[in-house]
Design a protein around this ligand. Sequence first.
Ligand SMILES: Nc1ncnc2c1ncn2[C@@H]1O[C@H](COP(=O)(O)OP(=O)(O)OP(=O)(O)O)[C@@H](O)[C@H]1O
Ligand SMILES: [Zn+2]
Ligand SMILES: [Zn+2]
Length: 843
Amino acid sequence: MDIAKVIVDVPVRSTDRPFDYLIPADLKLWIEVGSRVAVPFGHRTVQGFVVSLESGETGSGPTLKPIQEVLDLLPPLSPELVELGDWMSQRYACRRISALQAMLPTALKGKAERLISLGEAAEEAGSPEDELFPLFLDTDQEEQQITDFVRRAGEVSMKQLTRTFPDAAETVKFMLRRGVLSESQSIKDKMGKKKLKAVDLAIGVAAARESLGSFPARSARQKEVLSFLIDMEPMLPMPMKDLLSVLQVTAGTVKSLEDKGFIEISEIEVYRDPYRGRDFKPSTPLPLTDEQESVYKRIVRTVDEQRHEVFLLHGVTGSGKTEIYLQCIQRVVDQGRQAVVLVPEIALTPQMVERFKGRFGSGVAVMHSRLSVGERYDEWRKIREGKAAVAVGARSAVFAPFANLGLIIMDEEHEGSYKQEENPKYHARDVAVRRAEQGGAAVILGSATPSLESYHASRAQSDIHFSPVLLEMPSRALGNELPKVHVVDMRDELKEGNRSMFSRRLHAALESRLERGEQTVLLLNRRGFSTFVMCRSCGYVAGCPECDISLTYHARSDNLRCHYCGHAEPSPKVCPECGSEHIRFFGTGTQRVEEELGKLFPGIRVIRMDVDTTTEKGSHEKLLNQFRDKKADVLLGTQMVAKGLDFPDVTLVGVITADSALNLPDFRAAEKTFQLLTQVAGRAGRHQLPGEVVVQSYTPEHYSIIHASGHDYSSFVREELKHRKELHYPPYCRLILVTLSHEQLPLLLRLAENYALNLQGKARQLRWYGSLDKLSTDALDLLGPVASPLPRLKGRYRFQCIIKWRGAIDAIGLAKQVAEELEDSVRDTGLQVSIDVDPQMLM
Ligand SMILES: Nc1ncnc2c1ncn2[C@@H]1O[C@H](COP(=O)(O)OP(=O)(O)OP(=O)(O)O)[C@@H](O)[C@H]1O
Ligand SMILES: [Zn+2]
Ligand SMILES: [Zn+2]
């Protein structure tokens, strides 16, 4: 009796464990760990993933239900990914099914049926003299039968195939891996594969060339087509429509060549390559600078030993980290292994993709949310079928289904967007490290401003589960200086009668750029606008007396509140520091800045890049290209303009208000401000022309602004770590954010208090509970419950607790256990508890 343990897709907590199913004899060879299957569950059929296989010789247990179907020929998950899912479910207190689902492209989540047809390689396959596969001679016959069967039918379902050839699983999978068979979704489904008419030579190049002489003059067009195809031979078959548009010939011309037997027109399957039709300038490895060389050598040592190791590559903006990535990937690819490159969604610009495509061509799969479901499915398939060796993508590319992963790179590793805010609430950095650990792969975490967590872990014993090797590149690759940063105190501007959002310095700097025909990047940091209260005369910001975090303005109740501890106070009418009436809730939009620019500099050409102008697909790219082509003087935008851009003529960067993010009720506010300023400053003067940066601030004395303007990461870190230690924040402990929600406020209040009490009680029994001040290393502390920053969402009230903990204790397990007990005790009343481990956003 063969048993499969299956994680089923049923959204109930009690189902979050594997269920046993019988493997019917005729499916036995088709089912592997990672297979997606249809199984009966209650009165329904649901989808599930096989997480382990057992031969139950003990066999006399309760009668098990059999698996009904296997849903894909090749399992969409590998045993390695299944194991990773298991780890995620513990690490993030999420359901196993949700961890596994997160690894798949949306197209695979539906119920669409898989269909099998002959693949591109079908012609060459199955011939007995195939010397490449001498060992498979006896499977040749089987292969022939299967090929015939599929050819006759055109397309067969999984079910037909598995039932007709129950013993041929190995052969079929092998055929699929070689492209003799190919798998797709049902045609009704729009995500099915895409086919295209394509043109190929029907005779050899030499013969074709010879025949060129025999074309009569009236067939000049045909001759032109043929000679073009001869030149293009290595690229054939090529899409018919490309041919027609390049040569400006009619389909009739091409058709006559086919009739004469020179060429053939067929349908080919195309991967919907979102970057098709675009030229990627091929690039070759650059000779490395000394700094790059020593970093490269160190990483390659590990790569060559095929060992797991994590590197933290701290290189200033423009130090040439990307070149290191490219050359390390090359090394891995040369070994026949694969690499994943993670970049923040926002930095996944065409410019970034271009650098990888330029080096590795079509061997690069790109995965990000701007692609359609079908495009994403194709890119994913390219990886799984071994047609790509490099995946570049946002967060979820960490799950790219490579069989032999040698390297994971995470660019801008400090970015908060690597954390997924919905379930499963994973952090791609931690998942990357874990996956690499499983598979003996190296990890490079790269940044000009590493997160305090990673940096601290590289220097000291820490609560993070890895300790990276720190590699530093303190100078720019092209030898130029980091740009000079001027900080302008906006309070002085106001004092001297300048009420404009542009300081005199920034105004003058902009003017001179316009005169010289150089370009400017303007950053308007919108994060946190209109949520905090600031005095425009003295820079005073209302903060919580308990938490050293700025208070959030609540318009409805017209008061200020602390989102950590619940402290509340009335909102001030005059500044408590200086008595000024210029105290207000901050708010400036990019649109207003644009208008102002137009007034101050008539005729100025501005490209505005923010959520409003970049919603359309491809718009982001279009705007950047316009800027690169110097169709504008100023690129004005939000965070989007801060990252990864490398434009030679940008010599000025202006930051309209540096402080806005500084005052968010978030213990990472200073860190994020420092990072943003450093990143955006790094856009200036990257090539020949020297750069200059003007940072406007109401709190120029803040250490994150001082150190960012001095390009001084280590001083910033020293100061920030001191604060974190005093106030017990990561990296000196870890956090768990528990959010409880319910439609009824009084009940929710009681439940939230219960949660806190139960947790404290349990922690006390385990002797964990207490202040983190104490010297003991194992400790757990709890803040709250308080109303969540979003106190009501979709008709549900929300309360939250923050658990601070450190040491070897199982705080995550405890948080989850207490949540489940509470949910059980109030069944049917609609309580929801969400657990966010290592939250990025506490708001
Ligand atoms: N070895 C090299 N020789 C010549 N030019 C180089 C070399 N390495 C990098 N460069 C060039 O230096 C510039 C900056 O490099 P790159 O964009 O890779 O830096 P980075 O460290 O990724 O910067 P950022 O963090 O700001 O994105 C690029 O124009 C790149 O082509
Ligand atoms: Zn004031
Ligand atoms: Zn507080």
